[in-house]
Ligand binder design. Structure first.
Ligand code: FES
Ligand code: FES
Length: 141
């Protein structure tokens, strides 16, 4: 066992077999990148989404987290939950739902907060990029 006993088996599972670890090209116009840090501990999470431009649906997601087991497990869960959903839909994902799913202890709540923030930041990044590219298209036509 790598993690102490008080961790829920889901945390251990996501920690040992994290889903969707990786990175997309952040310059790809269909990719949104959320990079967030936890002031409480200095851990950093990068979560990326790939969006179908026509439907606004998230077709793929990946993450890289430098941090504790709970942060890794939270980001792993987050990538699973956002896949196949609409962007507006994933904005309603609450860190408390992730924490509940993983049965995180109260001191580890900020780790799941990192995942909620990372999802929001990724959507925002995608929208900012898309807004810019729409502007350029509009001004060149
Ligand atoms: Fe060390 Fe978060 S403070 S892993
Ligand atoms: Fe800081 Fe988990 S201890 S993200």
């Amino acid at each position: 066992r790598i993690l102490p006993r008080f961790y829920h088996e889901r945390v251990v599972d996501h920690y040992n077999n994290p889903r969707n670890v990786g990175a997309f090209d952040k310059n790809d116009p269909t990719v949104g990148t959320g990079l967030v840090g936890a002031p409480a501990c200095g851990d950093v999470m990068k979560l990326q989404i790939k969006v179908d431009e026509e439907t606004g649906k998230i077709t793929d997601a990946c993450f890289k987290t430098f941090g504790c087991g709970s942060a890794i497990a939270s980001s792993s869960v987050a990538t699973e939950w956002v896949k196949g959903k609409q962007m507006e839909e994933v904005l309603t994902i609450k860190n408390t739902e992730i924490a509940k799913h993983l049965s995180l202890p109260p001191v580890k709540l900020h780790c799941s907060m990192l995942a909620e923030d990372a999802i929001k930041a990724a959507v925002k990044d995608y929208e900012t990029k898309r807004g810019k590219s729409l502007e350029t298209t509009a001004s060149t036509t």
